[in-house]
Design a protein around this ligand. Structure first.
Ligand SMILES: CSC[C@H]1O[C@@H](n2cnc3c(O)ncnc32)[C@H](O)[C@@H]1O
Ligand code: ZN
Length: 436
């Protein structure tokens, strides 16, 4: 495995705000093996044949971004159905189109998403979708890291199939792609997975020793429908059922009472906030600043490209911060460093992967990115963190490394044929959305 030396960079390790420094980083065997201050001499020979040296001058170096909630292959439905509320969007546009999906479509849609995410600095994504073997294959082929869940709908003829396929998928792919894939279960939501079904999902998760990825409390309609059907709000109901007794990644968590916020904090539920999807579908504003102050595990996702309509997590950080400020009429709400925490170490914690990723520390996996700061919209630099969150764009990402392998070099993908992926995705999208 190659060795990489990144020299002369502004390093934002995301261990603490005051830990930012000018220096170098050394990668060996896929892991961060040393960090040096600018004036420190590296303790290894710089003239090794298999050593790649990357110039970090005028760049910031930070952990790879964690997209904590998406449906990658939904890139195929980007701009297919817009300006609708969630349930109408799903029932009338997305679910009918998804019924036509094939394994091949999901492969190319996921490859398109991975290309877009790598180019914007994402190094791991939490995905919930169908044909997950294809998603795993795309992760494996691209060099990306994936936290993958087979989406489960708990009624109709496919409910039992989803349980069996989830178990097979776990057995085939958990720790796959040289350890870059982790598999959790993916019960879609309380309104598609009734309590008896969730009990089966929980017992499977306990048997496999894995966690769950679920949509929770996304809209007022969901809260009202669940309360009417079960006498409790979504988070209360999940708590009563015992769902939070294992690792849970809960997407959205928009509509919460104080009591429900406290449950999420106490049960250490990973919350994936998706501000752009919540704004576009007019779902509401999640109480992220309140949750952050209570020390909840908060992370950031894009949701699928059909409800966003891109997978740019840098843009998502800016929107997350601005949304909390305007929501609370408080400019100090969700400051830049906290938004960056959500997109890095917060995401790693929400996925239960913070033992390996999320910060730049010796021994951790070498998942990191360089952002090119030598551009008019990023000059002058008073505060590199504020620049990354408030001024940068996904297209400013210069280098992306996952597991010690360069996946983006000077803005060019190294493992993905971008032209081929766009052509195949275009073909798939046309077939899926053709009028009968
Ligand atoms: C069962 S696989 C995942 C399933 O979720 C759908 N989906 C996409 N975006 C959302 C959202 O914001 N809330 C709920 N469900 C969503 C997707 O289309 C798949 O069918
Ligand atoms: Zn979603």
């Amino acid at each position: 495995m190659s060795k990489i030396f990144i020299k002369n960079s502004t390093i934002i390790p995301m261990t603490a705000k005051e830990d930012i420094f000018q220096g170098h980083l050394y990668i060996e065997n896929g892991r961060i093996s040393a960090l040096y201050r600018l004036d420190e001499e590296p303790s290894f020979a710089l003239e090794q044949e298999d050593l790649e040296v990357i110039d970090g001058q005028d760049k910031v170096l930070l952990p790879g971004l964690v997209n904590a909630h998406t449906h990658a292959a939904m890139t195929l439905f980007r701009s297919y159905a817009d300006d609708l509320p969630l349930m109408q969007w799903l029932n009338e546009a997305i679910w009918p189109a998804e019924r036509k999906l094939t394994a091949e479509h999901v492969y190319w849609g996921t490859m398109l998403a991975i290309a877009e995410m790598i180019k914007a600095g994402v190094t791991v994504f939490a995905d919930m979708y169908f044909f997950m073997d294809q998603v795993a294959k795309a992760v494996s082929n691209s060099g990306m890291r994936g936290h993958l869940s087979r989406g489960m709908i708990g009624f109709g003829p496919n409910a039992e199939v989803a349980l069996a396929e989830s178990e097979d998928f776990y057995k085939s792919w958990n720790k796959g792609a040289e350890g870059r894939i982790r598999v959790w279960l993916g019960p879609h939501a309380p309104y598609t997975c009734p309590p008896d079904y969730l009990k089966k999902v929980m017992s499977l998760s306990d048997r496999l020793g894995t966690g769950l990825h679920i949509h929770l409390a996304e809209t007022m309609t969901e809260v009202q429908d669940i309360e009417k059907a079960h006498g409790q709000r979504p988070i209360e109901l999940m708590h009563t059922l015992g769902l939070f007794e294992r690792p849970v990644l809960a997407a959205h968590c928009v509509h919460l009472t104080e009591e429900e916020e406290n449950i999420l904090v106490e049960k250490k539920v990973g919350i994936a906030h998706n501000p752009e999807s919540n704004m576009k579908l007019a779902s509401g504003i999640a109480p992220i600043e309140s949750l952050r102050q209570k020390k909840a595990i908060v992370s950031l996702g894009t949701d699928g490209a059909a409800s966003n309509n891109n997978l740019d997590l840098i843009e998502e950080m800016r929107q997350a911060a601005f949304l909390q400020k305007v929501h609370r009429l408080d400019p100090t709400a969700l400051p830049a460093y906290s938004a960056l925490e959500m997109a890095t170490i917060g995401g790693a914690k929400a996925l239960g992967w913070d033992d390996e990723i999320g910060t730049l520390e010796v021994g951790k996996k070498a998942d990191l990115i360089l952002i090119n700061m030598k551009q008019p919209h990023l000059y002058p630099v008073h505060d590199p963190v504020a620049h990354v969150v408030y001024s940068a764009k996904g297209s400013d990402v210069h280098t992306v490394i996952v597991d010690g392998k360069v996946l983006l070099r000077a803005g060019k993908l190294t493992t993905i044929d971008e032209e081929e992926v766009m052509a195949e995705a275009q073909k798939a999208a046309l077939l899926l959305t053709a009028k009968e």
